[in-house]
Design a protein around this ligand. Structure first.
Ligand code: FAD
Length: 399
C-alpha cells in the first residue's frame, strides 16, 4: 500500500521534495496556490540591474509526471485528523504531510510602509514589485538612498547588504555616486548579523563609502517626506527608501493553532523537522521556525532530510546554510554554517561570484534532483564542521 504524501507549497522546498519521492512507494500530491514557480534570488537583479532573464516557469513542467498537482490555496490543516482543506473546496487526507508554504512580505505592521513599498517597489515579493524598484532607481539622479531590513528575520540574510552594494555599483556606473549618500540601516548591532562574516562585510561597506545605522528598528515611515523614524526616535531622511518589509507565514488555519508562532512560522523540531507535537507532519524551508537562514539552500537540504525519513531511514538536519553573497563589482562570497559549527568568514573572490551566477542558471535542473550528486559532494567538501575550517572560525555562531 502506497503512503499518501501531501506537500503544501510548490516553491523550492516543496518541488524538490515531491520530485524526490518515487511512485512505487508514495502517492504524492502537491498543493500550491500559484500555477507558476518564481526563482526569487533573481528579483535582486531585476531590481538593481534591470535583468531580463525570465524568473518564472510553469510549476507542472517542473514536477515529475507522477506527482499529482492541485492548483489551489490551502486554507486549513487539521493535524489531529490528518486533513487539508483548500479554498476551492477540496479535502485531502494524508498519511504524511510536508508544509513548504514559505513566507511572504507583510508591510501592514509598520505605519506608512505599505504606501512606500507600493510607490517605490521592493525586491522580496514579486517580479512587478522588483521592476517598480528598478524604475525608482532608474529615475534617481542623486540624493540619499536608505536601504535596510525592518525586522531581524529576513528571507536570505545577505540580501539587504547585497542590495546596498548593488545600488552603490549602479550609481558609480552612472556617475552619480559623488552626488549621492548611501545609508544602510539594520536592527542588528553590526551590518551583518553573524560576526565572523561581518569582519568580511563591514570593511567593504566602509571602502565604498556606505554609512551604517545600527540598532535601527523602523517604527514608522512618512510616505510623503520619506522620513524613517526608529523605535528609539532616531531619524533617517532620504530621497529613495528601499525597505525589506517584515515577513509572515501563509494565512492557513492550523488545528491545533499552537503550532504557529507569533510570525505564523510553523514550530518545527530543528533536527527531525517534524512539526512540533505531531508524528505525521514535517515542515521545511522558509515556513519553519528553524533557527537558521531562510534560504533556498536550506529548503533543499531540509527536503533531502525529510525524504530520507519518509523512505524509512530517519535522518536529521544539521542546520546547514550556504548562502551565496553578491558583493557587487564581480566579487562574491558565501555564508556557511551549521547549528554546531559557527559561520566561517569566507574571503571574497571572483570565483564565488561566478559560482552564484552559474547556480542561478542551473536552478531549474536542481528542482528535479539532477544536480544532487554534484551538490552533495560540494556541500560535503565545504562543510564548516570539517577540520580545515576550524582555524578560520570566529567566536560567535549565527548566520
Ligand atoms: C532577493 C532574494 C534573494 C535570494 N537569494 C538567495 C540565494 O542567493 N540563495 C538562496 O539559497 N536563497 C535565496 N533566497 C531565498 C529563497 O528564494 C527562499 O528561501 C526559498 O525560495 C524558500 O523556499 P520555500 O520552498 O521554503 O518557499 P517558496 O519558494 O517561497 O515557496 C512557497 C510556495 O508555497 C506556496 N503557498 C504559499 N501559501 C500557500 C497556500 N496557502 N496554499 C498553497 N500554496 C501556498 C507559494 O505559492 C509558493 O509556491 C533569496 C530570496 C530573495 C527574495
Amino acid at each position: 500500500m502506497r503512503q499518501r504524501i501531501v506537500v503544501l507549497g510548490g516553491g523550492t522546498g516543496g518541488t524538490m521534495l515531491a520530485n524526490s519521492l518515487d511512485r512505487r512507494r508514495f502517492e504524492t500530491t502537491l498543493v500550491t496556490a500559484s500555477t507558476t514557480h518564481l526563482f526569487q534570488p533573481g528579483l535582486l537583479y531585476v531590481a538593481f540591474k534591470n535583468a531580463g532573464t525570465p524568473l518564472v516557469r510553469d510549476e507542472r513542467g517542473l514536477l515529475a509526471r507522477h506527482v499529482h498537482l492541485v492548483h489551489d490555496t490551502v486554507t486549513s490543516v487539521d493535524l489531529t485528523h490528518q486533513l487539508v482543506e483548500t479554498a476551492g473546496g477540496s479535502r485531502l487526507a494524508y498519511d504524511r504531510l510536508v508544509v513548504a508554504t514559505g513566507i511572504q512580505t507583510d508591510p501592514s505592521g509598520i505605519p506608512g510602509l505599505a504606501d512606500v513599498v507600493g510607490r517605490v517597489g521592493d525586491y522580496h515579493s514579486t517580479v512587478s514589485q522588483a521592476r517598480l524598484l528598478w524604475q525608482s532607481l532608474d529615475r534617481f539622479r542623486g540624493g540619499t538612498i536608505a536601504l535596510g531590513q525592518t525586522t531581524p528575520i529576513c528571507k536570505c540574510p545577505p540580501s539587504p547588504i547585497e542590495g546596498i552594494l548593488l545600488a552603490d555599483e549602479l550609481l558609480r556606473r552612472r556617475g552619480l555616486r559623488e552626488r549621492s549618500r548611501l545609508v544602510f540601516f539594520t536592527p542588528y548591532p553590526r551590518p551583518y548579523p553573524a560576526e565572523p562574516m561581518n569582519h568580511v562585510v563591514e570593511p567593504i561597506l566602509k571602502e565604498r563609502g556606505i554609512e551604517v545605522a545600527t540598532f535601527f528598528d523602523v517604527d514608522r515611515i512618512d510616505p510623503e517626506s520619506f522620513t524613517l523614524t526608529s523605535i528609539e526616535g532616531d531619524v533617517i531622511e532620504c530621497d529613495l527608501p528601499i525597505l525589506v518589509p517584515p515577513f509572515t507565514g501563509a494565512p492557513i488555519a492550523y488545528e491545533p493553532a499552537g503550532v504557529l508562532d507569533e510570525s505564523r512560522f510553523v514550530r518545527t523540531d530543528p533536527r527531525t523537522l517534524r512539526v512540533r507535537g505531531t508524528g505525521t507532519a514535517f515542515a521545511i524551508g522558509d515556513a519553519t521556525s528553524l533557527p537558521t537562514s531562510k534560504s533556498g539552500v536550506g529548503a533543499h537540504l531540509e527536503a533531502q532530510v525529510v525524504a530520507r525519513t519518509l523512505r524509512g531511514s530517519p535522518a536529521t538536519f544539521a542546520g546547514r546554510t550556504h548562502c551565496p553573497f553578491d558583493l557587487a563589482h564581480g566579487r562574491g562570497t558565501f555564508v556557511a554554517g551549521t547549528y554546531d559549527a559557527p559561520v566561517v568568514p569566507s574571503p571574497p573572490s571572483r570565483l564565488k561570484h561566478v559560482m552564484k551566477a552559474t547556480f542561478a542558471r542551473l536552478y531549474w535542473l536542481s528542482l528535479r534532483g539532477t544536480l544532487d550528486p554534484a551538490l552533495d559532494l560540494y556541500f560535503r567538501l565545504t562543510d564548516p564542521a570539517r577540520p580545515r575550517w576550524r582555524g578560520l572560525r570566529g567566536p560567535h555562531p549565527g548566520t
